[in-house]
Design a protein around this ligand. Structure first.
Ligand code: TYD
Ligand code: MG
Length: 455
């Protein structure tokens, strides 16, 4: 017999309540509660209980390890993010803002996987739309790529059993619907149920499943955290709408490290991998400008040379303006305070604008030293030599602090033909200087930077 129960869910965060509430106690949003009716077959409950009784604890040494080779996606960048390719039986969630290229990335992956039978299930686009896109992004498409425009999960499972594909892509989890739940597609309980059904499918048939997920205003995956708990891997696709660059970042991975990231470029024929990001990110101008400095930062495990630009000018209005793109404004204010105190620069009456080239948002504190150099350069209106780069964190007392993985950063700068590398003097310990052609310049305090920077 079918049993139905009704709950109220917060549309924003997924908080569940038995009654309607005006303000969500979990996320603090107003008027986000909606009622959902859930039908469940009584029989199912019994089934779950019997399976529980069947399984029994086993010593870990007795569990057989099945060697399952990973499937290479055809994109080195994506393979790296997944920890070395697609794992069989894994459930991967790809989240990102609308229009960032989630559908394009997975369709392109499906088109490139020539040796595998791929099923692309779309609840968002029609067959013709997908065909048109496929024509544009791939000249030699995978003949074994199947398209299904269906949103009901029970029907989908039937098709999967019939077709027996090697990989399944679901675009998107918010459009899927299960008959077990009586609410509209995209509601919290539907998302939970559908994701659980796909997880069951992946685990019982060793079929890798990719789910595309929309994200909410504040950047978290819509249909909340629960979804992130269910899946094995969570990938976040991000980038700036005005730039072609896209980053795939791994937030959770049961089969590899989360410190990897992949860089792509969106152009008229779809996404292209960027294997040498530093070369593209550096602007190639012959003239020297004041106010720019290159930072050797680390994004994930990969060293990246990024240009920072600062503009310091006298404030026309009473209150000086401070603005930062791609960098935290509070950190910029802190750096300015250090410069004011240690280098006696009167920045209090100046407008300061900061920009990180390429639309990237950099968290690595090693970028601090380059920002300091860019600000100093703009203030003094003297350009920094373009073959100079920086890596160091700033302390409040003006000391330049060491940063991790310094050898990787130096090697990247050396490879790209930089000639001077400013770093913290504490980073010099145990460093084999003879390995590099680049000249290393150790700095202890910010005052010292000022002395040697414009030599
Ligand atoms: P899409 O994959 O539909 O985004 P999502 O599924 O994340 O919503 O990507 C759509 C955007 O990508 C669209 O704004 C146009 C751009 N695009 C290109 O620039 N070139 C291309 O070849 C393709 C397929 C898309
Ligand atoms: Mg899409």
């Amino acid at each position: 017999m079918a049993k139905s129960s009704s709950f109220f869910y917060c549309k924003n965060c997924g908080y569940q309540s038995a009654t309607w509430i005006g303000k969500c106690p979990s996320c603090g949003e107003w008027n986000t509660f909606e009622q959902e009716v859930i039908h469940r077959e009584e029989k199912q409950k019994g089934k779950a209980l019997t399976t529980l009784i069947k399984s029994k604890p086993k010593p870990i040494s007795e569990i057989a390890l099945e060697e399952m080779p990973r499937i290479a996606t055809g994109f080195q960048e994506l393979d790296a993010v997944l920890g070395g390719g697609i794992v069989r039986g894994s459930l991967t969630l790809l989240g990102g803002e609308p229009g960032i290229g989630k559908s394009t990335l997975l369709l392109q992956m499906g088109l490139a996987l020539q040796k595998y039978k791929v099923l692309y299930i779309s609840g968002e686009e029609s067959e013709t739309q997908l065909k048109m896109r496929a024509e544009r992004i791939c000249r030699n498409p995978n003949k074994n790529l199947f398209i299904l425009t269906e949103t009901q999960t029970q029907e989908i499972v039937k098709h999967i059993e019939e077709l027996n594909p090697d990989i399944v892509i679901v675009d998107s989890i918010q459009t899927m619907q299960s008959v077990l739940i009586d609410s509209a597609a995209g509601s919290i309980s539907q998302i939970k149920e559908c994701a659980a059904e796909f997880q069951h499918l992946a685990k019982t048939t060793a079929l890798p499943v990719f789910l595309i997920g929309h994200i909410t205003k504040d950047g978290s995956i819509a249909g909340p955290k629960i979804l992130e708990h269910i899946v094995d891997t969570v990938l976040q696709f991000e980038g700036d709408q005005h730039y072609g660059y896209r980053i795939v970042r791994c937030i959770k991975n049961r089969f590899g490290s989360t410190s990897e990231l992949g860089i792509f470029e969106m152009n008229s024929t779809g996404l292209r991998e960027v294997n040498n990001p530093s070369e593209i990110l550096l602007s190639h101008h012959d003239e020297l400008f004041s106010g720019t400095a290159v930072a050797a930062v680390l994004e994930g495990n990969r060293p990246l040379m990024i240009e920072t630009q600062a503009l310091v000018s006298s404030a026309v209005y009473g209150t000086p303006q401070r603005s930062a793109t791609g960098f935290d404004l509070r950190r910029l204010n802190m750096l300015l305070a250090v410069l004011e105190k240690r280098c006696r620069f009167k920045l209090g009456a100046k407008d300061v604008f900061l920009n990180i080239v390429g639309g990237f948002n950099i968290d690595d504190p090693a970028i601090n030293l380059a920002i300091m150099a860019a600000i100093l350069s703009s203030t003094a209106d003297i350009s920094v030599d373009s073959r100079t780069c920086f890596a160091g964190e700033m302390g409040l007392s003006g000391e330049v602090r060491p940063v991790p993985h310094i050898e990787q950063r130096i090697a990247e700068a050396d490879k790209l033909g930089f000639q001077r590398f400013f770093l913290s003097k504490y980073n010099m310990k145990g460093l084999d200087v003879t390995k590099y052609q680049i000249k290393l310049i150790p700095i202890g305090k910010i005052e010292e930077l000022l002395k040697v920077l414009f030599e």
